[in-house]
Design a protein around this ligand. Structure first.
Ligand SMILES: O=P(O)(O)O[C@H]1O[C@H](CO)[C@@H](O)[C@H]1O
Ligand SMILES: O=c1cc[nH]c(=O)[nH]1
Length: 289
């Protein structure tokens, strides 16, 4: 039995941060960082059955082309993903009344639709990038026992050696996306690559405003690094933890991003919302085909 302190429930029976009950969650989940993007996704739904919000975690569940989908905002960062993934899994795989783990496990399909910065000159602003693998610069997954079992250890070793990774930084972890989900996005519209999830938007992504960096050449090395024909394509802040926790918990996960900045050419598009709407509609269609 899982203690009250380890799995906190609210008085109304909802789970602590997400404020959801098991019946509120669909098997197909869309995660977005920005809570305003939840309404944008739900704007495409044919009907809406449920909505709730606590802090940055806003959820809408509804039907799109007869498929039940829940869209949930995570806010920014892998620390929030630790909350969202553990609570989502608890909702479907733990009996909240008896506080026992269920014998029959459910596997969710989890697709993140985010914004991202490109690390390659030939992946311009407005491109769509699918994260075939994600590299976590955040260190969160290292707190879990199975971390090495679900990671690409040869990739990690080559990456640390190529970049001369500093011991004072969190150990990077590398996790693959779901093969089943990636097969739904096999068109020219989506570039595939390796995505870094950084524990910050500025220094951890090599941005310098007033504070110098611990590894000033890191972004150049990231741009050059190759392993088994794969290149690092983009920076965002959640995928590594989504992929890592999903693999540990038995869920399928994939991240699809709209590139809103190119770190090589110095271009950015703050007015990205129309393009984001197109990406959302395309992802919903690909998932329901
Ligand atoms: O647009 P979202 O989904 O929030 O994703 C990206 O944007 C935020 C930073 O501006 C981070 O969450 C990053 O991952
Ligand atoms: O450069 C970028 C753009 C969006 N999100 C990020 O995390 N980085």
């Amino acid at each position: 039995m899982i203690q009250e302190s380890e799995l906190i429930l609210n008085n109304d029976g909802t789970i602590f941060h997400l404020h959801l009950k098991p019946e509120n969650v669909a098997d197909q989940v869309i995660l977005v960082g920005d809570q305003d993007r939840v309404e944008t996704v739900a704007g495409f739904f044919d009907s809406i059955e449920f909505s709730a919000q606590n802090r940055e975690f806003k959820t809408i569940t509804g039907l799109y082309k007869n498929r039940r989908i829940s869209v949930i905002s995570t806010g920014i960062g892998t620390d929030n993903i630790d909350i969202v993934l553990n609570e989502l899994d608890a909702l479907v795989n733990i009996d909240l009344k008896t506080r026992e783990i269920k014998k029959e496990k459910k596997s969710l399909s989890i697709v993140r639709i985010g914004t991202s910065g490109s690390l390659q000159e030939d992946i311009p602003v407005n491109s769509y990038v699918i994260s075939q693998k994600s590299i976590g610069f955040d260190g969160m997954l290292n707190f879990y026992a199975d971390r090495e079992l679900i990671s690409d250890l040869p990739f990690e070793k080559a990456f640390k050696s190529f970049t001369g990774w500093k011991n004072s930084l969190p150990t990077p972890y590398v996790v693959n996306s779901s093969k089943k989900l990636i097969s739904k996005f096999d068109t020219e519209l989506f570039k595939k690559g390796v995505t870094i999830s950084a524990p910050g938007f500025y220094g951890p992504q090599g941005r310098v405003l007033r504070i110098p960096l611990a590894m000033p050449q890191l972004n150049q090395l990231l741009e050059q690094f190759q392993f088994e024909g794969l290149k690092i394509t983009n920076f965002e802040m959640e995928s590594s933890a989504i992929y890592g926790l999903s693999k540990m918990l038995g869920h399928n996960a994939l991240t699809v991003c709209l590139i809103i900045a190119n770190r090589v050419t110095g271009q950015a598009n703050e007015n990205y919302r129309p393009k984001m709407e197109h990406l959302i509609k395309t992802v919903l269609d690909n998932l329901t085909e």
